[in-house]
Design a protein around this ligand. Structure first.
Ligand SMILES: Nc1ncnc2c1ncn2[C@@H]1O[C@H](COP(=O)(O)OP(=O)(O)OP(=O)(O)O)[C@@H](O)[C@H]1O
Length: 257
């Protein structure tokens, strides 16, 4: 019996400029439930901008974004994209959690408070309901002992694991990672990648912008190579790395591997 693939993210023909600089020039991507997809490419190719467009941290100029069947923005032909109303944007936004390169933890809150803040404020959950869940998440990322510490007493790798726990506390269906290990010293990337690998093994749907070719090769099921605001090439990771087809992909991988 075949099981229909559930499309979690559908982005079609996304265009985005900052002033006169055209950063995304017709980027399309589909992500199915449980997929782990890595987006790789040279600096400035538009990877982070694309991710930020998906969860409305940036607005698109043209194209269509549908999240779990719900339209976020759509454009007819060459027309400017039209967004749905604010309440729908917020509802769609809650389907996605985001982990940033720079962690973005609240420095004046403890680890636990960082994790429970959004569920309490955005979802209106009671502290007594969310604290036990936060403690389970802290155990999951291996940081139970840091429950009451402040972020400035944590290593970069620990901060990023708190940021992952914080994103998970909102129970998103999709996790977006924007270069989660790029700000870390090399010896600290492993612990964060391990946490991400565990999430992948639990079939979390993940879209990961990364410079970590090892992660893209070993954990991602599919790899997308972006350059100059275009998707140049994509494919199952084992095929992508074994036999890249485009010269630009080959040159990029040659420099990275
Ligand atoms: N808010 C902004 N205002 C103006 N230009 C921006 C803005 N955000 C991104 N850009 C520009 O868009 C281009 C693409 O940036 P983006 O961060 O998406 O690239 P990237 O592929 O993620 O690069 P990196 O791997 O270095 O993070 C760059 O030229 C960048 O300067």
């Amino acid at each position: 019996m075949s099981v229909a693939t559930e499309v979690m993210i559908s982005a079609q023909g996304i265009h985005k400029s900052f002033g006169s600089v055209s950063v995304l020039r017709g980027v399309s991507l589909e992500l199915a439930r449980g997929e782990v997809v890595a987006i790789i490419g040279p600096s400035g190719s538009g990877k982070s901008t694309f991710l930020r467009c998906l969860n409305h941290l940036e607005t698109i100029d043209r194209g269509t974004i549908v999240i779990e069947g719900e339209v976020l923005a759509r454009s007819e032909g060459e027309a400017k994209a039209q967004y749905v109303g604010d309440a729908e944007i917020r509802k769609i936004g809650r389907k996605m959690g985001m982990v940033f390169q720079s962690f973005n933890l609240f420095p004046h809150l403890t680890v636990l408070e960082n994790i429970i803040e959004a569920p309490m404020i955005v979802k209106g959950l009671k502290r007594s309901d969310i604290v036990p869940k936060a403690e389970v998440l802290l155990a999951k990322v291996g940081l139970s002992a840091k429950r009451d510490a402040y972020p400035n007493h944590l290593s970069g790798g620990q901060k990023q694991r708190v940021a992952i726990a914080r994103a998970l506390a909102m129970e998103p269906d999709i996790l977006l990672f924007d270069e989660p290990t790029s700000a870390l010293d090399p010896e600290l990337t492993g612990e964060v990648l391990r946490t991400m690998r565990e999430l992948a093994e639990e079939h979390m749907t993940m879209l990961v912008v990364t410079h970590e070719m090892g992660f893209a090769r070993e954990v991602a099921g599919r790899v997308i190579f972006m350059d100059g605001g275009h998707v140049v090439e994509q494919g199952p990771s084992e095929v992508f790395f074994a036999a890249p087809r485009h010269e630009r992909t080959k040159a990029f991988l040659h420099n990275m591997l």
